[in-house]
Design a binder for this molecule. Structure first.
Ligand SMILES: Cc1ncc(C[n+]2csc(CCOP(=O)(O)OP(=O)(O)O)c2C)c(N)n1
Length: 295
């Protein structure tokens, strides 16, 4: 599985003994497998990884994978993860969020993380609904689809996450499908290798609540646009042209990359002289001592 010569990280290093609670055929299983494969292929040991989960069905996977993990507040995981990535650039920070939490409650964090170009990878689990709270419409639910709490459908317009992020001058935008583990793995690896904010949308199966666009619907439409030799992933115009999710075709792959824009920390002139990480510079004290004051 790994393609480096001196790899020491094994797939089993990311195993967990916890019981999965996701529905049968949930896309989260495939996404977890791809994340583990990507970490192993990039030879990142669990001790060097921080996996940051938002609240949602996907977030309930936080203890189903080895390594350091954080389960944050709904919609706020990008804020936490970007801070962690800046505090210690020696760790691989990957954050996960649902379309509900990321594109409603937390949309401001997404906007500013893209603009700031924090050096981290963000994986959007786009199952086109609020899954954990039993299938309410999110910003990516197709218009007029009957959902829990909106049986007549919602009339608000839909956000296309890739199109939206492309409007913010991003440095890395990719898309994949939860039914295709090897493809997700390669896209996630590319995102991990990119310096800056890597935005990856995974179109995620939700057999329980997303009846409008089931597994077969995606299977018939997804294709890797980057296999086309005319496609230029450094062209914003090319990416915007293929961003839409039509009833016909859905482009996947690394859709856009800008290698010329520096990440947030590299642009901080006041950090130029430092050889240490931010985390080395804070005064360490016991949390116990701090909480004593409130007991
Ligand atoms: C600030 C806040 N708002 C709402 C909730 C309730 N809540 C918890 S999980 C959830 C649904 C999450 O949906 P999504 O982010 O799409 O993730 P999924 O469950 O589909 O993976 C909601 C609304 C909450 N915990 N905190």
């Amino acid at each position: 599985m790994s393609n480096c010569n001196n790899c020491t990280t094994k797939y089993s290093d990311y195993f967990s003994d916890e019981l999965y609670t996701w529905c049968t055929a949930c896309g989260n299983y495939g996404i977890h497998a791809a994340v583990k494969r990507a970490l192993v292929a990039e030879n990142v040991a669990p001790k060097d990884t921080l996996l940051c989960f938002d609240v949602g069905c996907h977030g309930n996977g936080s203890d189903k994978i080895g390594g350091y993990a954080v389960h944050g507040l709904h919609g706020r995981i990008i804020a936490f993860a970007s801070g962690a990535a800046m505090a210690n650039q020696n760790i691989e920070v990957i954050a996960f969020g649902g379309d509900g939490g990321t594109l409603s409650e937390g949309i401001g964090h997404l906007v500013h993380a893209v603009r700031s170009n924090y050096n981290m990878t963000f994986i959007l689990h786009n199952n086109r609904n609020y899954g954990l709270t039993t299938g309410q419409a999110s910003t990516t639910t197709p218009q007029d689809t009957p959902m829990h709490a909106s049986p007549d459908g919602v009339t608000a317009t839909v956000i296309n996450p890739v199109d939206f992020v492309l409007s913010l001058e991003p440095t890395f935008v990719a898309r994949s499908f939860s039914g295709y583990v090897p493809h997700m793995t390669e896209v996630i690896r590319a995102g991990m290798r990119h310096t800056g904010f890597s935005f990856i949308e995974i179109l995620q199966d939700c057999p329980t609540y997303n009846k409008a666009t089931p597994h077969e619907w995606y299977m018939e439409r997804v294709y890797d646009v980057t296999k086309d030799s005319h496609y230029d992933r450094f062209s914003l115009a090319d990416a915007r042209r293929v961003a839409s999710i039509s009833n016909d075709k859905i482009a996947t792959g690394v859709l856009f990359q800008n290698l010329n824009k520096k990440d947030f920390l590299s642009k901080q002139l006041n950090r130029k002289a430092y050889t240490t990480q931010l985390v080395d510079e804070v005064q360490k004290s016991s949390v116990d001592e701090f909480t004593q004051a409130f007991r």
